[in-house]
Design a protein around this ligand. Structure first.
Ligand code: URA
Ligand code: SF4
Length: 216
């Protein structure tokens, strides 16, 4: 047995392709220790027939309280960038590599803490179930955690950003930065935001090509 096998969501993941059933089951998950302190699980959201699945890192403070992915500051930036790139958020399934919020307490504030490799691996069965249920044309990794979960630990966003790779849970995968990374460097905001929108335009164009290819 692998060294960290004791942490895995696998036994909570039902053998179903039904997203509603998967979402309901996820609220029971105790596959790693993160469920204990979080308010609730934050499962992915979006249509079953989504052509694009976007994968972030983990819910943030606001997502944890509200129970929905990408509804805080990073989510608002993501929605804005999607709109500018010609992607309709309503048609995209948005989820996270890790489904419970990990944080440090600083007085009244809860500060985001990075999920460990063990937590990312433990939670991967949920991501696999979502992707195999949806069978998207494209999966978009937002940042290193999502990319690590789907492409392995050696994948580097800086080197591989904006390239398309074949993937077993989607036709192709592309990685870009996490929107909160753009918010963290206000002095380079314009430049980083423009590059992010550019990457999302690649997604919008590629999904049209992939959809078209399916019909010929
Ligand atoms: N950051 C993420 O990676 N996911 C969210 O849902 C919110 C912020
Ligand atoms: Fe389960 Fe993932 Fe939550 Fe860990 S983070 S308890 S594996 S849903």
């Amino acid at each position: 047995m692998a060294r960290n096998q004791k942490y895995s969501a696998a036994q909570w993941v039902p053998a179903t392709g039904n997203l509603t059933a998967l979402r309901a089951a996820a609220s029971e998950c105790q596959g790693c220790e993160l469920y204990a302190r979080a308010t609730q699980v934050v499962f992915g959201e979006g249509p079953q027939d989504a052509k694009v699945v976007m994968v972030g890192e983990q819910p943030g403070d606001e997502e944890d309280r509200r129970g929905h992915p990408f509804v805080g500051p990073a989510g608002r930036l993501l929605s804005k960038a999607m709109g500018e790139a010609g992607l309709d958020r309503e048609k995209i399934y948005v989820t996270n590599a890790v489904k419970h919020f990990k944080f440090l307490e600083r007085g009244k504030r809860r500060i985001h803490a990075k999920p460990s490799g063990i937590e990312i691996s433990a939670c991967r069965p949920w991501l696999e179930a979502e992707l195999t249920s949806i069978e998207p044309e494209l999966v978009v990794c937002l940042g290193a955690t999502a990319a690590q979960s789907l492409m392995g630990r050696d994948f580097r966003i800086t080197a591989e950003r904006g390239k398309f790779f074949p993937h077993h849970w989607a036709k192709e995968l592309i990685a870009t930065v996490h929107p909160s990374a753009i918010l963290r460097v206000p002095e380079r905001y314009e430049e980083e935001y423009a590059r992010f929108v550019q990457d999302l335009r690649l997604v919008a164009n590629r999904v049209q090509q992939l959809k078209g290819a399916a019909h010929t």
